[in-house]
Design a protein around this ligand. Structure first.
Ligand code: GLC
Length: 804
């Protein structure tokens, strides 16, 4: 079943059937002010932190309520509906709607009973409040009188948990008043006489506003219960049904902002106004509101600015291939998804309630990879930040607080850190993610001096980026298990593998092997012979261990338990085949060609499904060892034999590195949201963003995806596609073009900004091969092999690669 389509000219996903199988959402705003909105206007907003800055309330794990509601009532017939299909939910035979999720804005259009409405929701660029720009047109032949009401449900406390659970407290600190063009909510208003500097118990007065500009407020309400009416819901609020609001605020109950305006429209006439929401003090509120006195002169411009900003970022990398699904993902949706994970980490979605009040180390360092080719200047800021969250022993802080203070942080070795973050110990992989990320950044930009930039450690001291990376290797080398492979510690990439100080992880060993390749490149560049020699020796030892201990006939095992038992042997009754050690054997450069091909073939045979490759199989049930936490999940869910989407990016990359374009693309299509647009009822979540996992074949809901938007999948798949399938592989001195594409592709194009130059790349494949380079021409000049040295680049560079 299909609920919408991709409009790639506007870079919008258009939902034409509003009764989607789950709320399909979009992100608005910036780290200063975040807003999430579904295709039925459900969602919430927050300033800075989803945990501590929650402004609009949302009930999680429910039916997508409340939201940013606009109600329209015909005062003659007394019939009313909403500008988004829900919450009133008129019969879809008579109510037509279209929701367009764009880059940082969402547009809702509806037609019902001769009235056309359009609401554009957005957070203006670099501003910390939101706008709901409403336009209503009379498309009927009669004059109409309408009451239009906007509704915003404030939290009673900026702290999400306090608002939800501590009702004996939070309801008695909030009140609302009317200020002419807005409802003002105050939390702790009674503290207004407390002198500055003598905050009672750290509390200060917090002010929020819900305003209407461009139309006159005819009635208002600041009390949720009075607005809704007892035994009514959001679908039939008493205040809307009656046509006028009660003109009362709240005290000691639930606050809200509701504002009505009565409009009279002749046939063909339209009107425009704007509701605004924010968390600001009154003098600033007045200033902001004054600038929206004529919304029709402001909102269109602000939306254009947003589009220019986002489309400008995406323009750094645009492709034209024979696959529309691939184009839509790489040009717009996967790219935008990468920016959203980059910005929001795992803090705010309809699944993450905001309680993870910081950046997960590995997640964030991986997220950065997804935007390097689009916005390297944004990426490097975050790389600096994450390096400053590396402890001086080389490990990463498992959780980097939003309030991170480089040089002064406690570490997992301190009880205070453990208490504050809930992370009791180091994870084996965190700092190893720095290697691909830092390398990609330097290779994309040619910014080689970055290696020498001095950056503090999280707890004390400072060092160059190069030194930080060396310490990351030290961390692994100082935490080896019984066989001399890296210990699995509290977790490796897989949160559900607790291998401890003695158990060992093949995945981390492969990451370390890969890290040594990267650091060797740096050492060679810096002519640091000592480090290069050390790496040669240690890498050879590690390679031998991996070959001797971890290759099991046709696959790599997953590691060793603390007791020294093998995890992922081919004869094990459960979990005998694991995906990541196979893909990483190739990515790390460890696997020999025949090993690589055999392991990849086994993956396809044993783990692949129509929705992607399963993380491991069969699921744990009766044979889980003590550290195999995956057994807590239902079979086929999450790490227990789910199709963990993040790992799809690595299998795409691995196949592409082996030149297997058909396979790489098959894996892409199986798990690509856009490729499931016609089967949206199976996938359930949005067909334009990734989810953390898809239920595997052991689940009765095989194919259903979960945990939308904020997932490392965005970046791993992006890298798998850009570096792998499209073959854009920069190094310190230029760019390799090494595509691995489906053999049917006759030709494709890439427009890429690279080190200040605009590259127009045409790849031709008349012989229908999957990979390879027959000849490469740059501005008409033949290159050696598939390599473009930086020196030959011009501001506008025309590149033609003949694969065959
Ligand atoms: C989740 C976590 C990520 C972890 C993965 C596998 O996606 O956010 O950190 O690597 O699960 O367990």
């Amino acid at each position: 079943m299909k609920y919408g389509y991709f409009d790639e000219t506007k870079k919008e996903y258009v939902i034409t059937r509003p009764d989607t199988p789950a709320p399909w959402v979009n992100y608005l705003g910036s780290p200063e002010y975040g807003a999430i909105i579904s295709n039925n206007a459900g969602g919430y907003s927050f300033a800075k932190s989803g945990a501590n800055g929650r402004i609009l309330r949302y009930i999680f794990n429910q039916f997508d309520e409340p939201g940013r509601y606009i109600y329209i009532r015909d005062n003659k017939s007394k019939d009313y509906w909403s500008a988004s299909w829900q919450p009133v939910g008129k019969d879809l035979k008579t109510y037509r709607s279209e929701c367009r999720h764009g880059t940082a804005y969402t547009k809702m259009q509806a037609d019902y009973s001769g009235i056309h409405s359009e609401v554009r929701y957005y957070v203006p660029l670099d501003r910390a409040y939101e706008v709901w720009n409403v336009c209503i047109a009379n498309t009927s032949a009669e004059e109409r009188e309408l009451t239009v009401t906007g509704y915003a449900e404030f939290t009673n406390n900026s702290n999400y948990e306090q608002d939800q659970v501590n009702l004996q407290y939070s309801q008695f600190i909030t009140r609302t008043v009317f200020c002419g063009d807005h409802v003002r909510q105050m939390i702790h208003a009674n503290l207004d006489q407390i002198e500055e500097g003598s905050d009672v118990d750290d509390k200060i007065v917090v002010s929020r506003f819900f305003a209407l500009k461009g139309a006159k407020v005819t009635s208002w309400c600041g009390d949720r219960e009075k607005f809704l009416g007892r035994y009514h819901g959001y679908g039939n609020p008493a205040g809307v049904a009656e046509g006028t609001l009660c003109n009362e605020g709240n005290e000691n109950g639930n606050s809200c902002g509701a504002l009505s305006t009565v409009v009279r429209l002749a046939p063909g006439e339209h009107c425009e106004f704007a509701f605004l929401v924010g968390m600001k003090e009154e003098p600033e509120v007045a200033e902001i509101l004054a600038s929206y006195a004529l919304p029709e002169q402001v909102c269109g411009k602000e939306l254009q600015q947003l589009t220019d900003y986002w489309h400008g970022k995406l323009a750094h990398f645009q492709i034209k291939t024979p696959s529309e699904e691939f184009n839509a993902m790489i040009n717009t949706w996967n790219a935008y998804n990468c920016f959203m994970t980059f910005i929001w980490s795992r803090a705010a979605s309809f699944v993450y309630c905001g309680l993870r009040n910081g950046y997960g180390y590995r997640d964030t360092v991986q997220d950065i990879q997804g935007v390097i080719h689009l916005a390297p200047e944004m990426a490097v800021e975050k790389i600096r930040f994450m390096l400053s969250a590396q402890v001086d022993n080389g490990g990463g802080l498992p959780l980097v607080k939003f309030t991170h203070n480089p040089g002064h942080e406690d570490t997992p070795d301190d009880a205070s850190y453990v208490k504050e973050t809930g992370h009791p110990a180091y994870r084996a992989d965190d700092a190893l993610w720095l290697f691909p990320t830092v390398y990609k950044y330097i290779a994309e930009t040619g910014h080689l001096e970055f290696m020498d930039e001095v950056i503090p450690y999280a707890n004390r001291g400072e060092a160059t980026v190069y030194e930080h990376l060396k310490r990351a290797i030290d961390f692994s080398m100082n935490h080896l298990g019984k066989h001399g492979m890296p210990a699995g510690l509290y977790a490796d990439w897989n949160d559900c593998l607790r291998l401890g100080k003695e158990g060992e992880s093949t995945f981390v060993a492969m990451q370390l092997y890969y890290a040594m390749n990267i650091l060797r490149k740096f050492a060679e560049y810096k002519q640091d012979k000592e480090t290069a020699a050390y790496l040669d020796e240690k890498q050879e030892e590690l390679g031998k261990l991996l070959q001797e201990l971890c290759w099991n006939e046709d696959r790599f095992i997953r590691g060793f338990t603390e007791a020294g038992e093998v995890i992922g042997k081919r004869t094990d009754p459960e979990a005998n085949m694991w995906l990541n050690p196979q893909s990483w054997a190739v990515i790390s450069g460890l696997a020999k060609a025949d090993q690589a091909d055999m392991a990849l073939e086994r993956v396809y045979e044993k783990l692949n499904t129509p929705y992607g490759a399963i993380l491991m199989d069969p699921p744990y049930h009766a044979h889980a060892f003590d550290g195999a936490l995956a057994v807590i999940y239902n079979p086929g869910a999450k790490e227990n034999a789910g199709i963990f989407s993040q790992s799809q990016g690595w299998i795409i990359l691995a196949e592409a590195l082996r030149g297997h374009g058909d396979r790489a693309f098959t894996y892409f299509m199986e798990n690509a949201p856009a490729a499931q647009n016609d089967r949206a009822q199976i996938r359930v979540i949005e067909p334009y963003c990734y989810g953390q996992f898809t239920e595997g074949k052991a689940s009765p809901n095989f194919g259903r995806s979960h945990v939308h938007w904020l997932t490392g999948t965005a970046s791993t798949v992006m890298v798998g596609c850009v570096e792998g399938i499209l073959g854009m592989r920069p190094d310190f001195y230029g760019l390799h073009l090494t595509p691995a594409i489906p053999h049917e592709w006759e030709e494709f194009e890439v427009n890429k900004v690279f080190r200040g130059c605009q590259l127009h790349i045409v790849v031709k494949n008349p012989g229908h091969v999957q990979s390879g380079c027959d000849r490469l021409l740059v501005n008409g000049v033949r290159m050696q092999g598939d390599y473009i040295p930086q020196e030959v680049l011009k501001k506008q560079t025309e590149i033609v690669l003949y694969m065959s």
